[in-house]
Design a protein around this ligand. Structure first.
Ligand code: ATP
Length: 326
């Protein structure tokens, strides 16, 4: 069966790493049809809209979407796109690789981040000059859904340690709800799990990441803790992610448009290529996904490497090496 893949490179290094992932997918020759859409700062400057309706429709109709990055318009692009694909779970694996100089070489973490609410609810206002507010929405339904997803993920992927991150000692009502709903899911399954205050957890993740596996998080905590974990394993150039819905999904690197290196051709394509591997898994091409991960690991170990990993290779050099390793 042919799968239609929406490809939305977006801005900055999204324009460089997205074609790299498409090259890798194309080299595997699965039955994919790629359809490209526009989004981000450049299309906003041209048309006034950061996420044109045609791109929304493309993502809605596709079997899966590969998204690069958006610059200043990121919130106007990725938040609605996650909604278009009905994504409630953001899966962000962070692991160290042989041969790379990681701060913590024994890291194998997966952040399961609630993807629809929390402080990213978008309900912000300026009450008066100099006084602003934000409404943090936490519902029992969304908290239960993300916990169910997290416990399922841990069981299906062989992770024994599940941690529920929260700050219910301060945000008593909202994180109280999140924690109670997530604990109820764990208890109903008779699962082994821990709970952790998210600030202390940040410290423990830096000092002893090997004691953790799957971390179920409210929205902002998942965003921040996964970037922290990127620092443990070698940087944002390595972290892929999946935005999973019930019937559709979108795959993107954890990093943004990286304006500081955009246009230089030196962005690390690994995060985007590993996002494509998650897409392959999602569409049932598990063997191909495993091949991509093995090829990426070979290249991370033996080189070539982009400057963020201490090398002097270009995005294209690394992509070609991954394709060759396949
Ligand atoms: P956003 O708010 O969208 O996350 P940002 O500019 O704050 O965007 P990133 O774009 O993720 O954050 O970049 C953060 C830092 O990490 C920058 O110094 C950037 O160059 C570096 N970086 C991010 N992605 C890559 C990559 N693929 N290869 C090399 N360096 C990267």
């Amino acid at each position: 069966m042919t799968h239609q893949i929406a490809v939305i490179p977006g801005d900055g290094i999204g324009q460089e790493v997205t074609p790299a992932a498409v090259d890798v997918l194309a080299a595997l020759d699965p039955d994919f049809e790629f359809v490209e859409g526009e989004a981000g700062d450049a299309v906003k400057a041209e048309t006034g809209e950061a996420l044109p309706q045609a791109t929304r429709d493309l993502a809605a109709d596709a079997d899966a979407t590969l998204f690069g990055a958006a610059g200043e318009t990121a919130a106007d692009v990725i938040l609605p796109l996650r909604e278009v694909v009905g994504s409630f779970a953001n899966v962000r694996p962070a692991r160290s690789y042989p041969g790379l100089d990681a701060v913590q070489p024994d890291t194998d973490l997966v952040f399961i981040r609630e993807n629809t609410e929390g402080v990213y609810s978008g309900i912000e206002s300026e009450i008066t000059d100099g006084v602003t507010t934000l409404t943090r929405v936490i519902t029992e339904d969304a908290s239960r859904d993300i916990a169910e997803f997290g416990f399922d993920y841990a069981a299906e992927n062989g992770y024994d340690d599940v941690t529920i991150a929260h700050k219910a000692n301060v945000m008593r009502t909202t994180d109280g709800e999140f924690l109670a709903a997530a604990e109820a899911v764990g208890d109903a399954r008779d699962a082994d799990y821990d709970t952790a205050l998210m600030d202390a957890l940040a410290m423990h993740l830096v000092m002893r990441p090997e004691e953790y596996g799957v971390v179920i998080c409210p929205n902002l905590a998942g965003d921040m803790l996964s970037d922290l974990a990127a620092g443990l394993v070698g940087g944002l150039g390595l972290l892929p992610s999946a935005n999973v819905g019930r019937e559709n999904a979108l795959f993107e690197p954890v990093h943004g448009s990286a304006p500081d290196i955009a246009g230089e051709g030196v962005a690390n394509p690994t995060a985007m290529i590993l996002s494509a591997a998650m897409l392959l898994d999602h569409l049932g091409h598990s063997d191909e996904a495993a091949r991509v991960r093995a090829a990426v690991e070979d290249v991370l170990d033996a080189g070539p490497r982009t400057p963020d990993l201490g090398g002097d290779a270009t995005t294209e050099d690394v992509t070609e090496a991954v394709v060759d390793a396949l």
